[in-house]
Write a protein that binds this ligand. Structure first.
Ligand code: HSE
Length: 414
């Protein structure tokens, strides 16, 4: 009998238990051995839950039980998750996790602890919910150098933007619905301000480029400043607004990485990914673009990836060598102010002709955009490529001349 422990019985943890027992027979066939969940760790009581006798409150029950081979950490947060995961690995138990905060902050360290102890540390569920992306990246695409990754990595913000655009829903109503459906983080600012997407692009970048990329190294902007007017201008331009996490290998070996809202053309494969769905584009030097698409959040999609990792952890012998990256003590991410981008800008305060004259003086030729009910003193346009720092200086000059900045969103070409 293979014994499993599940640490955490929130949205994902309860989904793991539900899915395991629902599909236990076929899961056991894939493993080739009988399996059971022996413990569920949670501080709360669930007296009406069918498996209530499996609940424990004390982590040491799991850590000290030599019968437990695989532990699923689905508690979230850095502590005590980090201590618990590290302890399990040191005690020779493989660990699978959905905890992107943990992997983004401690991935290199935990992968090394797993290697030293001859066990596995898997985290398919940490990025893209139910979408297979971690395993394809280090396994199916192993023959490629990965040049670039870009994706819609947060289901909650994609759900909010979709509701705002399609149903003119208010930001607050859309967020409340995402929370009710179990998509949002415990503290939803992690979704809204881009931190969740940032953790996910850090995990993907670390895996693709082999060096740990930390969230604090990646410039991150969320969607709280995106307005319905911005989405109208995006439509006039021929696209949509999406929150995009991206990482790119530069010629000098460094990386550029950022999370921000972006205009994407309707022709982009990522532009039609709506609601809670995530889409991740991986650009390999042999494959060209490969796009992964599916439900990026929610109880059962995320549980699907956790249970699949449990299956693989049981089937695996030793530590997976391709699932690996290191922290070499250096920051490999280029200063974001040095990157170049095109920008959508929305300004107001002067009449159109005068404003455009000043804009052209700073940004050269621009592509002017329009929206219904556009006030006479409002202009919107898309620039050509300009360095981030230079764009800031040009905007400061326009502000000095009496123009107020109402919207600024990067324009991306994926
Ligand atoms: N809050 C996350 C999201 C959950 O909305 O994508 C999945 O990581």
């Amino acid at each position: 009998m293979i014994n499993i422990a599940v640490m955490g019985h929130g949205v994902v943890g309860s989904g793991v238990v539900e899915l395991f027992y629902k599909n236990r027979e076929s899961i056991q066939k894939k493993v080739g051995k009988p399996m059971d969940i022996k413990y569920i760790l949670d501080l709360r009581d669930f007296p009406d839950f069918p498996y209530h006798e499996k609940f424990v409150k004390d982590f040491s029950v799991i850590a000290d039980d030599p019968d437990i081979e695989v532990v699923a950490e689905v508690m979230g947060g850095l502590e005590p998750a980090f201590t618990f995961v590290k302890t399990c690995l040191e005690k020779g138990k493989s660990v699978v996790t959905s905890n992107k905060e943990l992997v983004a902050a401690k991935g290199a360290q935990l992968l090394e602890v797993a290697r030293q102890n001859g066990v596995n540390f898997f985290f398919e569920a940490s990025v893209g919910g139910g979408i297979p992306i971690i395993r394809p990246l280090h396994s199916c695409l192993a023959a490629n150098e990965i040049d670039e990754i870009a994706g819609i990595l947060n289901g909650t913000t994609n759900f909010i933007l979709t509701k705002m655009i399609r149903e003119q829903s208010s930001f607050a109503d859309a967020l409340a619905l995402a929370q009710k459906l179990g998509y949002a983080e415990r503290i939803p600012t992690a979704d809204v301000e881009g931190h969740d997407a940032c953790r996910k692009i850090c995990i993907l970048a670390s895996l693709a480029f082999g060096k740990h990329v930390y969230p604090e190294q990646v410039h991150t902007e969320g969607i709280s400043n995106v307005t319905l007017e911005d989405t109208e201008y995006a439509e006039n331009w021929g696209g949509v607004v999406k929150l995009i996490g991206r990482a790119k290998r530069l010629e000098d070996g460094r990386l550029s990485a950022m999370v921000s809202p972006a205009f994407l053309s309707h022709e982009s494969q990522l532009s039609s990914i709506d609601d809670v769905f995530n889409g991740i584009l991986v650009r390999g030097d042999a494959t060209g673009d490969v796009v992964f698409y599916g439900k990026g959040a929610g109880k059962l999609p995320t549980a699907s990836a956790v249970v699949a990792d449990i299956v693989d952890a049981i089937k695996a012998t030793g530590t997976s060598k391709s699932l690996h990256w290191v922290d070499d003590g250096e920051n490999h991410v280029e200063d974001w102010r040095q990157t170049e981008s095109r920008f959508y800008l929305r300004l107001s305060g002067l009449d159109r002709e005068k404003a455009l004259q000043m804009v052209r003086k700073e940004f050269g030729d621009v592509e002017e955009l329009h929206r219904p009910k556009q006030p006479g003193d409002e202009i919107a346009f898309v620039t050509s490529l300009v360095r981030e720092q230079a764009a800031e200086e040009k905007l400061a000059a326009l502000r000095g001349a009496g123009l107020a900045l109402l919207g600024k969103i990067r324009v991306l070409d994926y």
